[in-house]
Design a protein around this ligand. Structure first.
Ligand code: HEC
Ligand code: HEC
Length: 366
């Protein structure tokens, strides 16, 4: 009796696994479509960090193209209402220009959408708190997240399998031989590949100046010198301790004094600490890139600042009294007047990259 119950239990368990029982079988042979993927060499400025990609998902022209179509396709959401690009669109530097993003049901998430610019280089965890490690893992999440696309893979996959253009693109990208081999894993791989192609063009004014092809205005130069502390006669903005290197981020998790907290338990959004379980990481968030910062307002993980002027005022104030705050966040060490603040903003605007933002390979292909 007990044995029969156990067997029945396992039978139920197996037959209930939604992943094992697709709604319907789509059986379409694709072997007549050629499979000759082209490895894609990214055109990245040569002073960028080394581009690393997983061995089992090497960039190809076909994979990135498929990912681009999926990224902009409402098919990935319940009721076909939105896509990844609803919250990450090029004109907003792949953010949605909102403090909190709204999912298909109009429910707001607790944090602001992040820029995806140069996302392939962020090797110390993704999201503001670092809770995910790879773009392949990440791409599986928004589809089923109730505050994002709020559908299920079991609904989405047959929809994709039925579309001839997708049958062809999955075949060309991944060599599948039948439409029924389109899976969520391949979908995530394609989305990851596309996102790795969102890289700087090297045509921002900042890059041109670095390459000797342009010169800063005196105001931009002053901002650069304050930002990187390269001029003895100007104050140090302390910015480059955290926003350094070609991507303007050290990729660390730090507290820049946004929330007042006397004790570790006082943080409402625990940030990185909620992931590592280490209380000393509470209130810390990933230092974001500043590339294209002009276009990705509002700022910070909760979009609390509307403008770069407000951001500068925050830094000059040294931020709130907050346990674990970086020692660089100190009103006595960031002493900037109005002219200095405006100069730093002018410098940050040289990080704008219109060429990347208008790249047809990164924009809506539908
Ligand atoms: C409803 C809005 C919304 C939709 C739709 C959405 N995202 Fe996001 N995305 C966000 C928010 C908000 C964050 C930051 C979340 C956090 O850190 O807690 C984020 C973060 C990310 C990150 C991490 C970026 C980084 O720098 O670490 C990636 C990658 C990403 N999204 C890709 C996607 C992809 C791919 C899709 C479609 C499958 C998608 N997003 C759909 C709102 C959205
Ligand atoms: C102690 C490290 C640190 C220093 C110093 C620092 N930042 Fe930041 N910066 C951060 C962190 C961390 C965030 C994200 C914080 C969050 O949202 O919780 C951030 C966010 C930003 C943002 C918003 C980015 C976005 O996508 O929303 C801007 C703009 C910015 N910093 C500019 C500057 C400038 C300019 C300076 C110098 C005056 C500076 N930062 C100094 C760590 C630092």
């Amino acid at each position: 009796m007990i044995r029969a119950t156990i067997i029945l239990f396992f039978f139920l368990l197996l037959s209930c696994d939604p992943e094992e029982t697709p709604m319907e079988r789509i059986d379409i042979d694709l072997t007549h479509i050629p499979y000759k993927p082209d490895t894609l060499q990214l055109d990245v400025p040569d002073y960028f960090p080394i581009f690393e990609q997983p061995e089992d998902n090497i960039l190809t022209t076909e994979g990135a193209r498929l990912g681009q179509h999926l990224f902009y396709d409402n098919i990935l959401s319940r009721d076909s209402l939105m896509s990844c690009s609803t919250c990450h669109f090029p004109e907003g530097s792949f953010t949605d220009n909102k403090a909190f993003s709204e999912g298909v049901d109009g429910i707001e998430g607790p944090r602001s959408a992040m820029s995806l610019v140069n996302i392939g280089f962020f090797y110390r965890g993704l999201f503001w708190d670092g809770r995910i490690n790879t773009l392949e893992e990440q791409a599986l999440l928004p589809i089923e997240d109730p505050i994002e696309l709020h559908t299920t893979w079991i609904e989405v996959i047959p929809k994709i399998q039925r579309i001839p253009a997708y049958q062809e693109m999955y075949r060309e990208a991944f060599g599948i031989t039948n439409a029924n081999q389109i899976t969520k894993e391949l979908t995530a791989k394609a989305l990851a590949q596309f996102q790795r192609t969102i890289v700087s063009s090297g045509e921002s004014k900042y890059d041109k100046v670095q390459a000797g092809r342009a010169i800063f205005t005196p105001q931009e130069q002053m901002g650069f010198d304050i930002f990187f502390d390269t001029e003895i006669d100007l104050p140090d903005g302390q910015c480059a301790h955290c926003h350094d290197g070609p991507l303007l981020t050290t990729n660390e998790y730090l507290n820049n004094g946004l929330d007042e907290a006397a004790y570790w338990d006082d943080f409402i959004d625990t940030g990185h600490g909620g992931i590592t379980g280490n209380q000393f990481d509470k209130g810390k968030f990933r230092v974001p890139t500043l590339r294209n910062i002009e276009f990705s307002a509002p700022y910070m993980h909760d979009g609390r600042f509307e403008t770069l002027e407000e951001v500068m005022e925050h830094y000059v104030s040294g931020g709130e009294m907050s346990i674990g705050k970086s020692p660089f966040m100190d009103p006595d060490s960031i002493v900037l007047n109005q002219t200095h603040m405006e100069a730093v903003i002018a410098f940050m605007k040289t990080l704008s990259d219109p060429v990347m933002m208008e790249n047809p390979n990164l924009s809506n292909p539908h």
